[in-house]
Design a protein around this ligand. Structure first.
Ligand code: ATP
Ligand code: FE
Length: 361
């Protein structure tokens, strides 16, 4: 199979051509970072305008690299949600029009399913069921992937995502914001400086240590960030002193990694109670490239006698390859969609299995 994937759920316009053996034949990712930066956040109308302009360029570029014609493809996969309505509608309209014009199969993709399935493209040993931890700028969640289209979300963040927490704490530490090309956000800068730090000098409480059982598997990061801010405001540390900066960065990273590890341990236990024996722990999202986080999670995987798999960093963040790959996975099991599908702004991942799907002959 050869699938064209289209992603426009947020501020990146991405397209890619991927084969069912996991070869990337072409890919393009047009960032809008510079467009939104002066506004201090993503402006939906501006994002949609840029998708309108960039989507044909991204598709053309991915196809050119692949050396294929549209008619050589077997399927068009497009992100259907969740995301910004104005952004999603550009990709969905484009993908549907291309597929319909060429009478090609269409797959509408759940963005988070695509993140979760990505690890299967390059790691043959990632088989269902697996436990998955998504740690990005927009999400922090643990889930069981039972099969394509079948997920149980176990826990998610009650406030900030872990990536946001890294970014906000980096701001408290007056660290530079790194460009999207560098993995995005300020997390990489914080990780770099934390290497010179002593995590025990400013011990931070691990969040939700005594949370009620209903929230046992959920995450919380806003308290950690507030704690760091309080320490700065009370001059417990000085972000202009290099050693203070490094020690605080190390303390935060340590607490965040421990929180993620602890919740992942509980997620393994919950999976067990559900009668699920995960074959592997998949960790994806921008924060998955953090070595301290990785090490903490590797230990949890080891305790549960499974391996850990992370897609390579550039495939952990939003891209067209993951959408094309999700298209491969869904098409293989016959999950095709009609040309009438619309975008879905809010779309809990658990709902996929309840929605079922429409098979097309
Ligand atoms: P989503 O995919 O959920 O919509 P996003 O696209 O913003 O969100 P990603 O691109 O997956 O998220 O991840 C970006 C986040 O990852 C940023 O918050 C960034 O600080 C963080 N990050 C990237 N590299 C590292 C690192 N080495 N250590 C810690 N955090 C990191
Ligand atoms: Fe994403």
């Amino acid at each position: 199979l050869r699938v064209l994937g289209i992603e426009t759920s947020c501020d990146d316009t991405a397209a890619a051509v991927v084969t069912s053996s996991g070869r990337i034949l072409g890919e393009a990712n047009l960032h809008q970072h510079a467009v939104h930066a002066p506004h201090g956040g993503i402006v939906p109308g501006l994002a949609a305008n840029h998708h309108l302009r960039n989507l044909p360029l991204a598709i053309r570029s991915a196809l050119d690299q692949s050396g294929l014609l549209l008619t050589d493809l077997d399927c068009i996969a497009v992100t259907r949600g969740p995301g910004l309505p104005a952004s999603l509608s550009v990709g969905v309209a484009g993908g549907k029009a291309l597929a319909a014009a060429h009478s090609m199969p269409l797959v509408g993709v759940h963005h988070m399913e695509a993140h979760a399935l990505m690890a299967r493209m390059s790691n043959a040993h990632v088989r269902f069921p697996f436990l998955c931890l998504l740690v990005s700028g927009g999400h922090t969640m643990s889930l069981v992937a039972h099969a394509v289209n079948e997920y149980s979300v176990l826990g998610s963040t009650l406030d900030d995502s872990v990536g946001e927490a890294f970014d906000k704490v980096a701001r408290e530490l007056q660290l530079p914001w790194v460009d999207a090309q560098d993995g995005g956000g300020a997390g990489p800068a914080l990780e770099r400086i934390a290497r010179q730090g002593d995590p025990s000098r400013f011990p931070l409480p691990v969040p939700m240590d005594k949370s009620a059982s209903a929230r046992l598997l959920d995450f919380s990061f806003s308290g950690l960030k507030a704690h760091v801010r309080r320490l700065r405001e009370t001059h417990a540390f000085d972000p202009c002193v290099a050693q203070d900066q490094a020690d605080m960065a190390a303390a935060f990273q340590h607490a965040a990694a421990r929180h993620l590890a602890k919740k992942t341990r509980l997620a393994f236990a919950r999976a067990g109670q559900m009668g699920v024996a995960p074959t592997c722990l998949v960790v994806s999202g921008g924060v998955a490239s953090n070595l301290a986080v990785r090490r903490a999670l590797e230990e949890v995987a080891r305790e549960n006698n499974v391996g850990m798999a992370c897609p390579e960093p550039r495939l952990c963040t939003d891209n067209g390859v993951m959408i094309a790959w999700a298209g491969v996975e869904r098409m293989r099991v016959g999950l095709l969609d009609p040309y009438t599908i619309d975008f879905i702004q809010r779309w809990p991942l658990d709902e996929l299995r309840r929605m079922g799907y429409e098979r097309r002959a």
